[in-house]
Design a binder for this molecule. Structure first.
Ligand code: GLV
Ligand code: MN
Ligand code: MN
Length: 402
């Protein structure tokens, strides 16, 4: 069995990988991600699975067996900019490999089993995390989503039309009548499993998280002739805000990151006219997240007042905290020959979280990541751990589809 995982992994690994950094650029409805999508269709078809494609580009490859709502596993094939190989693809490849394990064992499921791929999980192109699963479940309407724009001003509906998707009044369709439960396998994005000495774990909850755009405007001027006291420099407001956000999150055990900044006109010898920066923030509770954003916004406004600049804050993507079904987590984690699998929280967002909040019992399996590094070309999982993940997923699907 193991060779099948590795064979599949070898075929998907080069898709969208940068020769320069070794990282991945698989933005939704752009060539590399479309190639990965075609890879999925080819692999699923070669295994005799029936492929269902929804109006938003999400796919489920079905092993049609038994009756009633299916058990679905899967993940995503898009990446952040310069992302790692495992975030997303590990869950998809492991899903296909786990089905093979079960078929070879002669398992006869009491219900259908599917492997899904949700589009734009990372929100790397259109800014909204888990876009595909939000649209499929109705957590976001098509009317609101279709006008989202990428960095070049291309709208979501335009990008989809270029790939042959022109949905006419598409409706949400995914709920607990369609699938009885969803289990997403994912590379761990921290080091809990390293510390606990386990190859595989189960998720308990996802921290609330959000992305906020800060537009700071000032007065463009000459970098040499403008006296320091005469400037209205938005870069200063941004810099102080980044420091304040870091400090706030650090003292409270939360997360705050500015990973994307654009300055206008981006000229070395000019005081900029504007800075736009994106804050990614994550906290243990929804209340703590709201409080963190309020504090950072207040401090940024105070600084803007001193700098003579203006600030506007826009929430682009906010996901509430998710508590996964504890009975389902225990059912998956318990009664293994090797002992129970650890149950741990995560600060990363996932489609499983969206499905869970939309009424579909959901769970996640994590596979150990030796360094914990993720959203980076250095993201990694060792082959034996990946194979342990495939076995764990096969065992989980067997439990849930019996
Ligand atoms: C998705 O991976 C996220 O947590 O940003
Ligand atoms: Mn990710
Ligand atoms: Mn992911």
């Amino acid at each position: 069995m193991p060779d099948h995982f590795e064979d599949m992994w070898r075929t998907i690994e080069p898709i969208g990988r940068s020769a320069r950094s070794g990282g991945y650029f698989r933005q939704p409805f752009a060539p590399a991600e479309r190639e990965a999508d075609a890879w999925f269709v080819e692999q699923a078809s070669a295994r005799g699975l029936r492929i269902e494609t929804d109006p938003f580009g999400n796919r489920i490859a079905w092993w049609d067996a038994g009756s009633g709502p299916g058990v679905v596993t899967g993940s995503h094939l898009d990446s952040v900019l310069d992302g790692g190989a495992y975030d997303g693809p590990l869950g998809v490849v492991s899903g296909l490999a786990a089905l093979e394990v079960l078929q070879r064992r002669g398992f006869r499921p009491a219900r259908p089993i599917g492997v899904s791929v949700f589009v734009e999980e990372e929100g790397s192109r259109f800014g909204l995390a888990c876009l595909g699963s939000r649209l499929a479940t109705g957590a976001m309407s098509w009317e609101a989503a279709r006008a989202l724009q990428d960095r070049d001003g291309v709208r979501l509906d335009e990008a989809m039309a270029a790939d042959g998707f022109e949905p006419e009044n598409p409706q949400p369709w995914l709920g607990s009548e369609q699938i009885s439960c969803f289990v997403e396998l994912h590379v761990e994005q921290g080091r809990d499993l390293v510390d606990r000495g386990g190859a595989v774990g189960v998720a308990s909850r996802i921290w609330p998280h959000g992305r906020y755009r800060l537009d700071i405007s000032g007065e463009p001027n000459h970098a040499g002739t403008t006296r320091m006291e005469d400037r209205r420099d938005p870069m200063l407001t941004y810099a102080m805000t980044a420091l304040a956000a870091n400090k706030q999150a650090r003292v409270a055990g939360q997360r705050a990151t500015f990973g994307r900044v654009e300055t206008t006109p981006n000229s070395t010898n000019s005081v900029p006219s504007g800075v736009t920066a994106w804050l990614d923030a994550r906290c243990e509770t929804d209340e703590a997240l709201a409080e963190l954003i309020e504090t950072i916004t207040r401090q940024a406004n105070e600084r803007a007042e001193r700098d003579g600049t203006r600030l506007a804050v826009t929430a682009e993507s906010v996901s509430g905290g998710v508590d996964f079904d504890p009975d389902l987590a225990r059912r998956i984690a318990g009664d293994h020959e090797s002992g129970d699998w650890p149950i741990l929280p995560t600060q990363a967002g996932h489609d499983a979280g969206i499905l869970s909040t939309q009424g579909i019992p959901s769970a996640m399996l994590f596979v150990r990541n030796p360094t914990g590094v993720s959203h980076s070309p250095a993201e990694h999982a060792e082959v034996p751990d990946c194979l342990a993940g495939v076995d764990a997923l096969a065992e989980t699907l067997e439990r849930l589809a019996s």
